[in-house]
Design a protein around this ligand. Structure first.
Ligand code: 3PG
Length: 400
């Protein structure tokens, strides 16, 4: 983007593909980290006199307008954070979008409606995606890719549009890639990785890759119960992916062979049912040993002993990557495990990277100071796929 700024953007229509896919509860933004993350790019372009068009997806609407996924709220939040008005177009490539762009003076910003209200955005068919990319291209003179959270998606605005316009990487993408490159190419050891989240199936490829890269792998969250079951433990009513037991068993064996320390919880916090995240009604949790989960209880967080054990594994680390909450942190009865890991990262001298929409939101929602971490990635799937060593369509499109 510095190259673009030095060439001059005064009066040019610059399309910024951001990732404003923020968590919403009852229609309200619960974490605006992704909106704040794109501010440096939007500000720099506006300050240089560009007419800035910000575009993003929000949620997973089905290729047609759906008010539940309107970008209006993120657009309003962007205006607040910029301290300047932001025009909002009620369609993406229709008359409202063209009017909004025509109405921009140099230095002004417009947000167009959710890209995924158009089936062409996510279409598998190259021609269909290409047609939508042509419509997007008609709005702008230049493309800036800065939606790091979506670079793993082969979508029209991420992959096809940059081929149709002069294209540049924004500040966020440059920062994210710089940090993740360090983890993959030039990592300082000991390299300790904590992985959580509900489904082990989402993390298989990254675990596979990390078994050849990390020194220690700490497992938490819902996915830990598939590991515990693979060890032969009774896990009661906890979440389990039976179809992944064989793979997980193979990972445990490979970790041992490769000299990777793979840790699973030694104690867990359990309750009779999944807690109500809306009312946050008391869930009456108890803590039990990981091999003594009663048949009618489900594990919803790592226990205090596990929290302390994991914290001790970060203490001498040089690099830490953490992705995925350790428990159902949205409910106070099951937030302690995630807090313990976040606190251990804060206390460690290591270069700490938090990856993943959920864990990034967790550290902010739990009240941690973002500055206490080395880097908080805005990418969930994107940062994991980068660590897996995959080619990411949105980065490949900017590199050519
Ligand atoms: C994310 O939240 O990981 C990104 O915004 C991508 O969203 P998606 O998984 O719906 O493509």
């Amino acid at each position: 983007i510095d190259e673009l700024l030095s060439e001059g953007v005064d009066g040019k229509r610059v399309f910024v593909r951001a990732d404003l896919n923020v968590p919403l509860a009852d229609g309200l933004i619960t974490d605006d980290g992704r909106i704040r993350a794109v501010l440096p790019t939007v500000k720099a372009l506006a300050d240089a006199g560009a007419k800035v068009i910000v575009a993003s997806h929000l949620g997973r609407p089905k290729g047609a307008p759906d008010p539940a996924f309107s970008l209006l709220q993120p657009a309003e939040r962007l205006a607040e954070l910029l301290g300047a008005p932001v025009a909002f177009a009620q369609d993406t490539v229709g008359p409202a979008a063209h009017d909004a762009v025509r109405g921009l003076e140099p230095g002004q910003v417009a947000v167009i409606e959710n890209l995924r209200f158009n089936a062409g955005e996510t279409a598998k068919d190259d021609v269909e995606r290409g047609e939508f990319a042509d419509q997007l291209a008609a709005l702008a003179d230049v493309y800036v890719g800065d939606g790091f959270g979506a670079v793993h998606r082969k979508h029209a605005s991420v992959f096809d549009l940059p081929a149709r316009l002069p294209h540049y990487a924004g500040y966020l993408i440059a920062t994210e890639v710089g940090v993740l490159k360090k983890l993959t190419e030039d990592v300082e050891r000991p390299y300790v990785v904590a992985l959580g989240g509900s489904k082990v199936s989402d993390k298989l490829a990254v675990i596979d890759e990390l078994l050849g890269k990390a020194d220690r792998l700490l497992i938490g969250g819902g996915m830990a119960f598939t590991f515990l079951k693979a060890k032969g433990y009774e896990i009661g009513a906890s979440l389990v992916q039976e179809d992944q037991l064989a793979t997980v068993t193979e990972y445990v064996e490979r970790a041992e062979k490769n000299g990777v320390e793979l840790l699973v919880p030694v104690d867990v916090v359990v309750a009779g049912q999944f807690p109500d995240l809306k009312t946050k009604a008391p869930a009456h949790p108890t803590t039990v040993a990981a091999d003594a989960i009663p048949a009618d209880r489900m594990g919803l967080d790592i226990g205090p002993e596990t929290g302390a054990l994991y914290a001790s594994k970060f203490a001498d680390a040089a690099t830490v990557f953490w992705n995925g909450p350790m428990g159902v942190f949205e409910h106070p009865d099951f937030a302690e495990g995630t807090k313990a890991v976040a606190q251990a990262l804060v206390d460690s001298q290591a270069f700490t990277v938090v990856g993943g929409g959920d864990s990034a939101a967790a550290v902010r929602i739990l009240g941690f100071d973002e500055k206490a971490f080395g880097h908080i990635s805005t990418g969930g799937g994107a940062s994991l796929e980068y660590l897996e060593g995959k080619t990411l369509p949105g980065l490949a499109a900017l590199e050519d």
